[in-house]
Design a binder for this molecule. Structure first.
Ligand code: 13P
Length: 245
């Protein structure tokens, strides 16, 4: 159950969030909980989450370890600050910052090298969805991105299916639509990495996940978790989503 806060919350707002969020989680969680704050708030999140089973992730990273890359942050730097996960290839990164599948692959490989677990994001645009091309897009993104990982690297990777038309629009993919897309991705995993990898990989769904639609999504066997944007900004609503899992 992962939260992508995008460009929201300062360090002090992050601390206030954890003060409210942590008491809402009752008992040991049967699932991994990951919160991805903005980079500047990440150290505050790591310290506010300490002693809990909430892990912290970056929202992006560069694939080089260090160097003259103005404005960038490496996987090693994220790891040194206490992150254990990182989102890679979010559609906002692809659309607004021109990332392509080969960048996504390099970032995922560098993340693993830096001891981070990458969550590789993929998903189709509205026009592609309407034209019935969603599966072609997923297969293409898989082939030119994820498929370049070794089996060992893939074992440390999760995939997020985030149809772009569902992100921030309130238009969640129905459990059926999401589940079918997850099955397509899982079958690509099976072809490339084998059936054990296909059974083990976590494929999570993102796009307008809310407390009132989480139950239907999580009831699908092929949906292993969710990546939540807007609804994760409110500790009460993200706690409800986590509890539903
Ligand atoms: P929303 O939950 O706001 O639709 O965002 C989804 C997302 O992009 C998570 O990475």
């Amino acid at each position: 159950m992962a939260a992508n806060w995008k460009m929201y919350k300062t360090a002090s707002q992050t601390v206030a969030y954890f003060e409210r969020f942590r008491p809402l989680l009752q008992g040991p969680s049967p699932c991994d909980i990951v919160i991805c704050p903005p980079m500047l708030s990440l150290p505050a999140a790591v310290s506010a989450a300490s002693g809990s089973n909430i892990a912290i992730g970056g929202q992006n990273m560069y694939w080089e370890k260090e160097g003259a890359y103005t404005g960038e942050i490496s996987g090693e730097m994220l790891y040194a600050e206490g992150a254990s996960w990182v989102l890679v290839g979010h559609s906002e990164r692809r659309r607004l910052f021109c990332e392509n599948d080969s960048d996504v692959l390099k970032k995922a490989q560098a993340a693993i090298e830096a001891n981070l677990s990458p969550i590789i994001c993929m998903g189709e645009r509205l026009d592609e969805h309407k034209a019935g091309k969603a599966y072609d897009v997923l297969i293409r993104q898989f082939a030119s991105g994820v498929a370049g990982l070794t089996e060992e690297q893939f074992a440390k990777t999760s995939i997020a299916y985030e149809p772009i038309w569902a992100i921030g629009t309130g238009q969640t993919a129905t459990p059926d639509i999401a589940s079918e897309a997850h099955q397509i991705i899982r079958s690509e995993v099976e072809k490339r990495f084998g059936s054990d990898a296909a059974a083990a990989v976590r494929i999570i769904y993102g796009g307008s996940v809310k407390p009132d639609n989480i139950a239907g999504l999580m009831a699908e066997p092929d949906i292993d978790g969710v990546l939540v944007g807007g609804a994760s900004l409110d500790p009460v609503s993200f706690a409800k989503i986590v509890q539903a899992a």
